[in-house]
Structure formats: structure tokens, C-alpha cells
Ligand binder design. Structure first.
Ligand SMILES: [Zn+2]
Ligand SMILES: [Zn+2]
Length: 415
């Protein structure tokens, strides 16, 4: 799809597959080291934490609410916002992708740097400008600290009592009175830098580039066969039959249903299958197309192959990544049916890496995609937040069944 190619074109550099794999193996080793002294560490939850910090940082930038971030940012970062108080407002923040670029397990401190692709609108006086950016954020935590449980990682909350983040200027929780020293109970942002910032333009929305990554070799997780065997053993099933079942009942069905919803601008039909981040990013693109008076359609989608490439298991979540090879009639048309880009006649071949997550212990491998995996009612009232109105439970965290968490284009996938 056009939309995501555009996103991936913002990638900083494109090292060869070998360099990517070396980097990915090194990160793998460092995550394993981190988990050896912090068994609670969950990449899924850490990235949720990053996304909520990122969002609040820009939402509160230059406002008095920024003080609520005091336990989570270095003094230098805090100062830079204070002097912009009331001068600059940032809104409509959409995160396209987040990935860990480096992990450092040092003697006294653990450091994780994260690359974030996003876009947002900056308002200075009355002038609004929308930017697309790539930023690198550096998170630090005192070595040896245990990660908080999911509830405290998901929202910006007090790492001591769990109350919603409400802090004084010097970082004291207004609920429990605890002074939260930076990095002693939770990650904090040491610094962030903008690697790339461009004014966002919608002019080229209907322009199709040649697919670049479809023929690239698949990047498998190092030792994937051992890891998948361990995963099978943990669940007491045969890996090959589980994999085939996952491919047809989960990956294929999700892929077809999600792209059907995308093509008809009806994301509410699949809200129960999407994580919040994916949903927000999809909504942003659908609205961008709408504003430009066009729709992106994918028709006659055919999946030719699905390869399982990666499994991650931590204390709370398990995730599986598959590479999906497919073809579709992929085009952009305006409201009177004129084709502005792509083709209604010639199928386009592409591949994407899809990552699904679910909470440990929920093992319904076949279920109805149209019902709430918690209460069984129709999944027609999930709202924007992915909360089922019948049982009032949040579904989009993957706590009851698989949700699609990440889509990565083949030319940027790095393991
Ligand atoms: Zn507290
Ligand atoms: Zn429900």
C-alpha cells in the first residue's frame, strides 16, 4: 500500500541485510542480558510506555501540565519546555513506528535508545505546520531495577502507587507523596534528538513507487527453530500444526478482514483486532486520504505465502511475527471513480511483516473475529479506545486474544 511506503521512505539509512542482522542479533543478546536481571522486562510494555511518554511530551509541551512529566525527563529536557511556555502548542500526534535501536547494559545504568517515526502539528502563534519526523529518544534506568507491571507501564502513572501521573515540579507524586527520583523506579528520558524533520505534504498520496523489498531474503530471528520448538513445548503442541493453524486462522483472516476494512474506510469493523497504535496510525492515513478527496482500495487480495519468522515471550506477553506475501489490485481513486494512482487491472505483489501479540495464558487459537473475545457479544461497539461496550473491558491490549500490533514493510524490517 502506498501509505506505508511513504512512511518507510523516511528511514534514515538502509544498511544491507547482513548489517541489519548483526545489529538485530546484538540487540537480542542485550535484551536477554537485561531480562537476566529484570525478568519483568517486556518489550511490548516498554514500547507502550515509550509511546505514552512521547504522546504526553508533545501534548503537554509548552503547557503547565508538563510538570506531570518531571519524574520521567532529565532536567535539561524539562527546562527546554518551560521556556516555551504558552508559545508553542503541538497536537494531532500520530506515531507511525517505534523501534529499539540500541541497548546498553552498563554497570550502574541501563540505556535503551528508541527510534520513533511520527507526525504532528506545531502551532506557533496562529501558524500551523504539520511535520513528519524521525526522532531518537534515550531512556535510562538505574541498573538492577525491576520493570513495573502492565498497569503501571501502559499509562503515565506513579511508579510507586500507580495513581494517574500527577506530580509536583520536583517530581513528588500528589497521591502518595513519594518523591520519584529519575530512573530509580521507572525509565526516564535522558535526552531526545530529531534526526529528520520535514513538512508533511499530501500532494503525492496517489503516487506509487516500485515495490522495493518483495524479493529481499526473509529475516528470521537468530535460533528461530529452537525458539519455536521451546514455544511449542511451553504450550504442549506440535509446532508445525500450530504454525499452519495460526497462518490460516489468524494471519490470513486478520489480513483479509483488516484490508477490507481499510479499503472501505470502516476501521470500526476491525477495532477489536488492532492495537491502539496501529488503529491511530490507520485512522490518520484514512483521514488524510479523505481530506484529499481520495480512497485507497485493495481488491482481489491473494495471499501466496506466510512465513513465521520470530517469536518473543516475556513474563506478560507473547508475540509472533510472520512475513505475509500477497498480491492485490491496489489503487487510489477519487470520489467520482477516477483512478489517480496504482492499477485496477494489474495486481501488485508485495510482502509485509505483521506482528501479533497476546497476553500469556489466553489460548483461544480459533475464535470468531466478529465477537468480543472476552464476553462473546458482537464486536460492534469497541469505540475508538478498543473497549467493548458490552463488558466494558479493553480488548486492544491483546489481553484476551491476538491483536495486530505492528506492520513493517519488507525493505525496513530489521528483526
Ligand atoms: Zn504515588
Ligand atoms: Zn465484551
Amino acid at each position: 500500500m502506498k501509505r506505508r511506503e511513504r512512511e518507510s521512505s523516511t528511514i534514515i539509512s538502509s544498511p544491507g541485510v547482513h548489517a541489519i542482522m548483526n545489529r538485530s542479533e546484538e540487540n537480542e543478546r542485550e535484551i536477554a542480558r537485561l531480562k537476566s536481571y529484570d525478568p519483568n522486562f517486556s518489550k511490548v510494555l516498554f514500547l507502550d510506555f515509550v509511546s505514552s511518554i512521547y504522546n504526553k511530551f508533545y501534548t503537554w509541551y509548552g503547557t503547565k501540565d508538563f510538570k506531570n512529566l518531571s519524574p520521567f525527563f532529565s532536567n535539561t529536557e524539562i527546562q527546554s519546555s518551560i521556556h516555551l511556555l504558552n508559545k508553542r502548542i503541538v497536537n494531532e500526534i500520530v506515531i507511525g513506528s517505534i523501534k529499539i535501536s540500541e541497548i546498553n547494559n552498563l554497570e550502574t545504568v541501563t540505556g535503551i535508545s528508541v527510534d520513533i517515526e511520527a507526525n504532528y502539528t506545531i502551532n506557533i502563534q496562529d501558524k500551523k505546520t504539520r511535520y513528519e519526523v524521525v526522532e531518537r529518544w534515550y531512556f535510562n534506568r538505574k541498573a538492577g531495577v525491576l520493570s513495573s507491571e502492565p498497569e503501571k507501564m501502559r499509562k503515565l502513572s506513579c511508579p510507586n502507587c500507580g495513581a494517574p501521573g500527577n506530580f509536583t515540579d520536583n517530581g513528588e507524586c500528589q497521591s502518595c507523596g513519594t518523591l520519584i527520583n529519575k530512573g530509580e523506579m521507572q525509565w526516564f528520558v535522558k535526552k531526545h534528538k530529531i534526526l529528520k524533520q520535514e513538512v508533511f505534504i499530501t500532494k503525492g498520496l496517489a503516487h506509487y513507487e516500485q515495490e522495493r523489498g518483495t524479493n529481499l531474503p526473509t529475516i528470521f530471528q537468530p535460533n528461530f527453530s529452537e525458539i519455536s520448538a521451546r514455544f511449542a513445548q511451553k504450550h504442549n503442541f506440535d509446532w508445525n500444526s500450530w504454525r499452519l493453524n495460526f497462518s490460516s486462522n489468524i494471519a490470513t483472516n486478520y489480513f483479509l478482514k483488516i484490508y477490507a476494512a481499510w479499503s472501505t474506510n470502516k476501521l470500526e469493523d476491525v477495532r477489536n483486532l488492532l492495537s491502539d497504535r496501529i488503529y491511530e496510525s490507520f485512522m490518520f492515513w484514512i483521514n488524510t486520504y479523505k481530506k484529499a478527496g481520495v480512497t485507497n482500495k485493495l481488491e482481489e487480495i491473494k495471499i501466496s505465502n506466510i512465513q513465521a519468522v520470530r517469536i518473543d515471550i516475556d513474563k506478560y506477553y507473547e508475540s509472533i511475527t510472520v512475513r505475509i506475501f500477497a498480491s492485490a489490485l491496489d489503487y487510489v481513486e477519487d470520489s467520482s471513480g477516477n483512478i489517480e494512482g496504482g492499477s485496477k487491472n494489474n495486481a501488485r505483489f508485495f510482502s509485509e511483516y505483521w506482528t501479533f501479540i497476546r497476553r500469556n495464558g489466553v489460548e483461544k487459537d480459533t475464535y470468531n473475529l466478529s465477537t468480543c473475545p472476552n464476553c462473546g457479544a458482537p464486536a460492534d461497539k469497541m469505540g475508538q479506545a478498543g473497549i467493548c461496550e458490552y463488558c466494558n473491558t479493553k480488548i486492544s491490549n491483546g489481553d484476551f486474544s491476538w491483536v495486530l500490533a505492528i506492520i513493517t514493510q519488507d525493505e525496513v524490517y530489521a528483526g
